[in-house]
Write a protein that binds this ligand. Structure first.
Ligand code: B12
Length: 459
């Protein structure tokens, strides 16, 4: 019997060969609770079948389920199936934090924000006298409120939200995620089969000081907190030596936010002679030649920039605070340092025109990128983008699981999904042709003009 089961409700249907990572957030909660003496297990659904999850999860009285945009439906379905079987159902993660009302009828408690300390306090109340209203950062369901009604009215917390919890100031106090509880062998097999090497994720910082219109981060806010270089490298060593992974993917939203810190981290990796390759996400305007060289020396294999658009006005609409020129410079700087470069783009941001989208397609296909991904805009509740389109949301679309290969519009758009998918196909095809044909690509220019024209004509 476990005290707590934590579920990551992502079911891989085998169609996508994209990166897959074990859930770091619930790995952190698990290790934090284990440090305090609780018996915890993680059910990562990535390589499982839905029917197996319910019977496995019924073995503990308290179950916590993660959710983000793409996992709303499976999280709600698992919770409904477990409702009569377990005593306390807790939702947490980006989506419950952003949109608690969606979860509060199915779950007993919805956690807003960081989960380590909150989940520990929930467990203490569960083992004690169930006064969950004392725990900061909770939305309480009517079932829980009824149980504690007296205290709630006495405390004046009639709105069922127990109040904002402050952020963990020093991330170094957290134990590393409970990697022993992940299906490491299945992940390694997946990577070996599809990429020829093994890789897992870790996170060196939380938060991001920028406020891009499409990005959701109200739980960590714009407060950027970073672990010390020593603490980060300790975990990198654990991943390499104890768990035997060959590469690390840093899940930080902005790995290079502080240049001095990144340089110190690179030096620590070099001093400790770590021999593991790593990849990270970065902003183009923060990249320079010194940083790129230091990162390369410390084992950085790939940087993925959020370039988003090839048009300055669109970048402005996104509140990206970036110029196309800076994006191009960053890509060439990293490539010159010997680092492979990837990029993320969004096609069809509200306010875009045919011309702006064609600029993005051209940029994605002509820069020396090792990889790029292009998606339609996904309006996450709590973002500026969501505010712009919230009256046009297609509710049924929103709840279906989302896969990287399956682009869907979650709101009524002035452009059709067929047009946007055509644009993405064009970008990928153009990039492949350019790479294959080199200077002879010139012979494909008529094809480029024809497909530009076809794209413009599409509704
Ligand atoms: C790694 C990552 C991925 C990976 C895989 C996800 C994985 N296995 O974790 C990949 C690359 C596949 C991916 C894809 C997508 N992602 Co993503 N991804 C991330 C990223 C960069 C890191 C996640 C992470 O490890 N965080 C670190 C941990 C420590 O934080 P955490 O997960 O939030 O957990 C804390 C709290 O949320 C809470 N908590 C978490 N779970 C639980 C559970 C309980 C019970 C409780 C009480 C608390 C709790 O406590 C944790 C510790 O403090 C985040 C951004 C970020 N930095 O979080 C985006 C993020 C999660 N992704 C996001 C999105 C939108 C997507 C996509 C939909 C993008 C797209 N348009 O295609 C796809 C979906 C693909 C899919 N198939 O599901 C959004 C989600 C926003 C939202 N409101 O739902 C985020 C937040 C990015 C952003 N800022 O907008 N993603």
């Amino acid at each position: 019997m476990y005290d707590l089961t934590l579920i990551f409700p992502y079911f891989d249907d085998g169609r996508s060969k994209s990166f897959k990572f074990p859930p770091l957030g619930i790995g952190y909660i698990a290790s934090y609770l284990m440090m305090h003496g609780y018996k915890v297990r993680i059910i990562d659904c990535t390589f499982k079948k839905p029917e197996d999850v319910i019977s496995e999860a019924s073995h503990s009285k308290v179950v916590g389920i993660y959710s983000m945009l793409s996992m709303v439906r499976p999280a709600l379905d698992i919770a409904s199936a477990l409702k009569e079987k377990v005593e306390l159902l807790v939702a947490g993660g980006p989506m419950p934090s952003a949109y608690p009302v969606k979860f509060i009828d199915t779950f007993d408690i919805v956690v807003q924000g960081e989960g380590e300390e909150t989940m520990l306090e929930i467990m203490k109340e569960f083992d004690g006298d169930m006064h969950f209203e004392r725990v900061k950062g909770l939305h309480l369901s009517s079932k829980i409120v009824k149980k504690t009604a007296q205290t709630i009215s006495a405390n004046g917390c009639g709105n069922f939200f127990t109040g904002q919890r402050s952020l963990i100031k020093n991330l170094d106090i957290l134990p590393f995620p409970a990697r022993d509880l992940y299906d490491n062998n299945l992940y390694k097999q997946y990577y070996r089969r599809n990429y020829g090497y093994t890789m897992t994720s870790m996170i060196a910082s939380r938060g991001c000081p920028f406020s891009c219109g499409f990005c959701w981060r109200p739980d960590y806010g714009r407060v950027y907190r970073v672990r010390s270089p020593e603490n980060i490298v300790d975990e990198m060593e654990e991943i390499q030596y104890k768990f035997g992974y060959e590469r690390i993917w840093f899940a930080d939203e902005l790995f290079i936010a502080n240049k001095r810190h990144t340089l110190r981290l690179c030096q620590e990796i070099i001093d400790r002679r770590l021999d593991i390759m790593w990849e990270c996400l970065a902003r183009a305007d923060l990249m320079d030649a010194d940083l790129a060289k230091a990162m390369k020396r410390a084992g950085c294999h790939k940087i993925i920039f959020g370039l988003e658009a090839g048009d300055d006005h669109t970048l402005q609409l996104m509140n990206k605070k970036l110029k196309v020129k800076q994006s191009k410079n960053a890509v060439y700087t990293a490539v010159k340092a010997g680092i492979k470069v990837g990029a993320f783009f969004i096609l069809g941001y509200p306010g875009e025109t045919n011309e702006s989208m064609l600029k993005t397609i051209k940029m994605a296909s002509s820069l020396p990128l090792d990889y790029f991904s292009m998606t339609v805009p996904y309006p996450l509740p709590g973002t500026k983008l969501y505010e712009t389109v919230k009256d046009k949301m297609l509710v049924e679309e929103w709840e279906k699981p989302l896969h990287g290969y399956d682009h869907r519009l979650l709101f009524k758009h002035e452009f059709s999904i067929e047009k946007l998918k055509y644009g993405m196909w064009k970008a990928v095809t153009q990039a492949k042709m350019r790479r294959k044909l080199g200077p002879f690509y010139i012979f494909l220019k008529p094809w480029e003009f024809y497909t530009d024209h076809k794209f413009k004509k599409m509704a």
